[in-house]
Design a protein around this ligand. Structure first.
Ligand code: AMP
Length: 286
């Protein structure tokens, strides 16, 4: 059966109802499209654990801050269909903005799901104020629309994954969150839809971001646990044209910054190359 593209919530609910009648389990992969091998690994994981794989392709306006790249974010549904089909996806849910937020004039009119301030006043949430409110709200809506048994999220967006897991616990969503490993280019660069914005020379500069975190990993493996020393090692590896937003070491369970690294501490970075904001991270293990 070829892949179905569904634009309306009502139609998707019908399809889901029929799958349920047949006793099938469902895995959901929320995405903003412009699918690459990182997304594909999530879809393949979903396909391996559930009878039916549904992905959403929706560039969610309420998770973009003023001045961010909402308007120019790449929208490539035809190409996405091919990637999704090759990963065993059954249904693509690609709603319009009006379908998801009918008649929405301003974000403040909307009922939102808001994560705790102290977990968003760090890392990506600190510079992208309100971003995770938009993410949790759209993911809640997708969970209510699809009612999946599983939902796959990438460790590329490590703070997002942490907050979604917490939201599911706090609000009792009946879904199991499946974390999926971060996928890189052979060069080391973390795959991202935003890599499309990078020129060849910017890409070379961006490579120093993964180099920095690999240098930190290697130093940690060599026995250095002081985050100040590890931070400095990261910094010296960053290309001079990379504008650092943050380089943080946080506890895997609390996302609180740590001074001393132990196994499973997360080292996360956000930085700009030109106008392009990139993120990367690594879970530090010996
Ligand atoms: P996005 O389309 O950027 O919203 O991402 C959709 C999902 O794909 C999120 O769960 C991301 O964490 C995940 N994802 C994006 N890039 C990667 C990657 N390089 N490796 C693993 N997962 C990824």
């Amino acid at each position: 059966m070829s892949i179905a593209v569904v634009n309306e919530i009502k139609s998707l609910r019908e399809i889901v109802k029929n799958y349920r009648k047949e006793g099938k389990t469902i895995a959901l992969v929320p995405t903003m499209g412009c699918l690459h091998e990182g997304h594909k690994s999530l879809m393949q994981k979903a396909h391996s654990i559930a009878d039916v794989t549904i992905i959403s392709v929706f560039v969610n306006p309420i998770q973009f801050c003023p001045g961010e790249d909402y308007d120019k974010y790449p929208r490539t549904l035809d190409a996405d269909k091919i990637v999704a089909e090759s990963a065993g996806v059954d249904v693509i849910f690609a709603p319009s903005v009006n379908e998801m937020y009918p008649g929405l004039q301003k974000f403040s009119d909307l009922t939102m799901v808001v994560p705790p301030y102290e977990l968003t006043d760090i890392m990506c949430g600190k510079s992208r104020v309100g971003h995770f409110d938009g993410v949790e709200t759209v993911v809640s809506k997708l969970f209510n629309i699809v009612q999946p048994d599983f939902a796959c999220f990438g460790m590329k967006d490590i703070q997002q994954l942490f907050l979604i897991k917490k939201m599911v616990r706090d609000l009792n969503f009946p879904v199991e969150i499946i974390p999926c490993p971060l996928v890189r280019e052979e060069s080391g660069l973390a795959l991202s839809s935003r890599n499309k914005y990078l020129s060849d020379s910017d890409k070379q500069i961006a490579l120093s971001i993964s180099k920095a975190i690999f240098a930190i990993r290697d130093l940690y493996r060599a026995g250095v646990t002081d985050t100040k020393k590890l931070f400095d090692a990261g910094l010296t590896n960053l290309h001079k044209n990379v504008e650092l937003e943050y380089l943080e070491f946080v506890d895997e369970n609390t996302f609180k910054p740590v001074d001393v690294v132990k196994s499973n501490t997360i080292c996360a970075i956000a930085a700009r190359v030109g106008n392009v904001r990139l993120i990367d991270n690594i879970v530090l293990e010996v």
